[in-house]
Ligand binder design. Structure first.
Ligand code: GLN
Length: 530
């Protein structure tokens, strides 16, 4: 039977609860336990697919095509595992199931209520995912902040889960904030006290408190939290500011968090294997070859909307003694050469719609002509084809997503997408097989013929133009199994001009960077540092 670790958050959001969850998972995995993780999002959307990434952060895509909260990306990266769409529970999904059951008549005339029907469905879901995964330990992170109306049914659900599973099988970890007031310079514990009080009013007593603070918690602070929040002093952990998120597991481990959890769950003690991770963190921190990489997107201010790309930079840089400084370029205001003069590489990420498209195309042209390493992802891939069509083939072409009646629809809607009207979960989603052509740059990076990469799109290269593009020097080095769908393009006689219809960033891990990112960073380092 799996054991459960429930992670809740207090005081305010954005404290790195997802990183704490991922870190705990990594530490227990390093001690030989199988881990799975569930993220609960207390909103009514059925999944993150319809949510604006500039408000909520990136929509992460799983192997099975689930469009999920970005925290699942953190879990996959820290734990090196593949999760499924069921590992992301939302209020929408839970209510949808319960309402469907009610319509089927499954409740046999009962009044259907939040307690017990919604809470039962929450518990059923958590248990089913945990059991199906075969994991020893299932970590459940509850999004939002304790006290929100939205998260109440979920907190009630896990309170019952604890009661039913027993004290030995469930650990509650509560993450909070310890602010430091500038004038006095003192670490303040009152917000933590209040948030624990709130949690206890719901019937949950935390076993462990992880407090976010700009500096390491000092002894007095820990003692105070211990006393007022009713947890032993060695169950108060400091999650202070560090240079890299990948360091968080190490600082928690130094304070003994995984040993404490194993003891609480009556699990056997096993040694931790963290050497490789430690070395990786050192490499992330000490990269010497600084690269300025332009990200040409929209609303680029919210870094979280491109989190997987930023992490993929780190994974690749760690193996190449590099460090990336991202130069955010707002595609819509992009004026051309001036902004790109001093960058070492250019990335055009995925996107939707007209705004900024012309700026992106201009930046692709610039990188092609000036031989600056370029990586295009999804929309970036499609616009690279448009750029080539216009400036090399001389066609007045576009994607029909942006210009439906363009003379040359070089990018057009996928045949199976025609007529689809619902927006939720209807794109071409998830991992699909791709055949790599031998002798290409892509083959030298993947080193194999068959790969699986994750997709999220509605448009593709129009097959009618492939021959003409290839005759004019563009190489499609990765093609879907059906031989109709173009997946990777590259240009010879350019240090690195590569784009993919899929999203390589969703399968990039510490110690195992995504091949297309590795090649991109590698060529930028070579270009700049020789
Ligand atoms: N808008 C494009 C499409 O739907 C690209 C999508 C993306 O970049 N994820 O095909």
């Amino acid at each position: 039977m799996p054991k459960y670790i429930i992670v809740t958050g207090g005081v305010l959001s954005g404290l790195g609860k997802g990183i704490v969850t991922s870190s705990i998972g990594l530490l227990l995995k390093s001690r030989g336990y199988n881990i799975t993780a569930i993220k609960i999002d207390p909103y009514l959307n059925c999944d993150a697919g319809t949510m604006n990434p500039f408000q909520h952060g990136e929509v992460f895509v799983l192997e099975d095509g689930g469009e999920v909260d970005l925290d699942l990306g953190n879990y996959e990266r820290f734990l090196g595992i593949n999760l499924s769409r069921d590992n992301n529970i939302t209020t929408g999904k839970v209510y949808k199931n319960v309402i469907e059951k009610e319509r089927r008549g499954d409740y046999l005339g009962k009044t259907v209520q939040i307690v017990p029907h919604i809470t039962d469905e929450i518990k059923r879901w958590i248990r089913e995912v945990a059991e199906k995964s075969g994991a020893d330990i299932c970590i459940v992170e509850i999004g939002g902040t304790v006290g929100d109306i939205e998260s109440m049914p979920f907190l009630e659900g896990v309170r019952q889960l604890h009661l039913e599973e027993g004290d030995e099988n469930v650990v509650f970890v509560h993450t909070t904030l310890v602010p430091i007031l500038k004038v006095v310079g003192e670490q303040k514990t009152k917000p933590t006290q209040h948030s624990v009080k709130e949690l206890r009013a719901i019937g949950i007593s935390p076993d462990i408190i992880v407090a976010r603070c700009s500096t390491p918690l000092n002894k007095e602070t820990k003692a105070k939290i211990s006393l007022f929040c009713n947890v032993p002093m060695n169950a108060v952990f400091s999650s202070h500011d560090v240079e890299s998120i990948y360091e968080v597991p190490l600082i928690l481990e130094e304070q003994g968090i995984s040993k404490y959890i194993l003891k609480k769950l009556s699990l056997q003690y096993k040694d931790a294997q963290l050497e490789k991770w430690r070395k990786f963190v050192e490499r992330v921190k000490n990269g010497e070859n600084l690269l300025n990489i332009a990200m040409v997107g929209k609303y680029t201010a919210l870094g979280d909307s491109y989190i997987s790309i930023l992490e993929a930079f780190r994974h690749a840089s760690a193996e190449l003694n590099a460090k990336v400084n991202v130069v955010w370029i707002e595609a819509e205001e992009f004026e051309g050469e001036k902004e790109l003069k001093n960058v070492d590489a250019i990335l055009v990420p995925g996107g939707f719609g007209e705004r900024g498209a012309e700026g992106k195309i201009k930046s692709i042209e610039f990188s092609r002509k000036n031989k600056i390493p370029f990586l295009g992802i999804c929309f970036g891939f499609q616009l690279a084809v448009v750029e080539y069509g216009r400036n090399v083939l001389g066609l007045d072409c576009h994607s029909t997503e942006i210009k439906p009646n363009t003379k040359h629809p070089i990018i057009k809607i996928l045949p199976e997408q025609q007529g689809i009207e619902e927006l939720g979960g209807t794109m071409r989603l998830g991992a699909e097989p791709i055949i790599i052509k031998e002798g290409t740059l892509a083959f030298s990076l993947y080193k194999k013929r068959l790969i699986y990469e994750r997709h999220r799109h509605r448009y593709e290269v129009n097959p009618d133009y492939i021959e003409k593009l290839e005759e004019n020097g563009l190489i499609f080095s990765g093609i879907a199994e059906d031989k109709i769908r173009m997946e990777i393009l590259e240009l010879p006689e350019h240090p690195y001009f590569v784009a993919s219809q899929f999203h390589p960033e969703f399968k990039s891990y510490p110690l195992k960077p995504a091949p297309l990112f590795y090649g991109f960073i590698n060529s930028a380092v070579k270009n700049k540092y020789g």
